[in-house]
Write a protein that binds this ligand. Sequence first.
Ligand code: PMP
Length: 398
Amino acid sequence: MGTFDNVEQAPPDAIFAVLNAFKADTDSRKINLSVGAYRTDEGTPWVLPTVAKVEGTLKNVNHEYLPIDGNPVYNAGMRDLALGKDSIAIKEERTCAVQMLSGTGALRIAAEFISKFHQSKTILVSTPTWGNHNAIFKRANLDILPYRYYKAETRGLDFEGMIADLEAAPEHSTVLLHACAHNPTGVDPTNEQWAQIAVVMKQKGHFPLFDCAYQGFMSGNLADDAFAIRYFVEQGFECLVCQSCSKNFGLYNERAGCLTAVLSTKEAAAAVLSQLKILVRSSYSNPPNHGAAIVANILSDASLYKDWEDDLNTMSGRILSMRQQLHDAIVAKGATQDWSHMLKQRGMFTFTGLTPAQVERLTSEFHVYLLKNGRINMCGVNSHNIDYLANAIVEVTK
Ligand code: PMP
């Protein structure tokens, strides 16, 4: 009898399961729309030219430990990226920033921090949300309360539902907000709606936890994509911001992320930093160097920064163009339903509204792989497969 003989087999991760089925398919027309990463028009991964350039020039590389809170130049750059250099919170020295194991690691440490130090253990999470959010918050022993977000009829925001749920929640709850490019729906509040969300959250004393995984990647404009975060800080909110460099620097496997905290005083910022370091120390001791070193170089050099913004525009521009072209092709081929949501939704994903049965047909008959909830990654669409894909979508929605 072995010690772990009673361990039950866990189900495979939904996204990786779709990926494995795609890999096993031998049809040359197969299309993968499930992957959460950027692809070029040739369907290949893309190393950002600015990242490649910096990578070739990294000097003084050794393999010494980084500090527990990571690379200080990186942390300052990431904080400025989220809050804006001229943020009042930075001027008043009431922020701290800690390098994290990408966005997921930042969410995990943020969740543990909230679980340990916030008076309320309740966290409000949008329905639907990125699958890992619920798993992460559950592991940190937070009480998850869903809030309405997506309206199937309009394939847009359920703004009234969201506001009503924020109002009905216990006071001083934490609210997880996707800073931009909501995953999986691609549906974001407008700037005016963010302002109304802020009013309700202030009345209720709710605490914002921002997940910022797509800054610059959505619109190509770093400030526009950080609007919600910066607006809340201007309105006097404290907050935590979980940042990822996976998408906007294309550094998926380097695990470069950051947790930036805005507090009410300089003293609180110092104390929070000290406690975050304790959580990091007992989790993985200190973070990896390579990805953060690349990002630190780019963020601290005006010319590289500009080059990186060009790279962001290349990626966001291609995605926007695919949205338009796929929409137009579906309409041209005689779509029987409205597809305007494909143009209105933003970022990497479109929440198509395809039913599980239609998704099943797309996969079994047309070799098109996507998540059961109908989410497609626009980066999987390119000039070579767009015509075939539009046809397949029209066929299954007839
Ligand atoms: N949050 C959201 C909303 C995401 O979509 C992702 C990546 N798919 C992440 C966080 C975390 O990604 P990573 O750990 O690679 O930074």
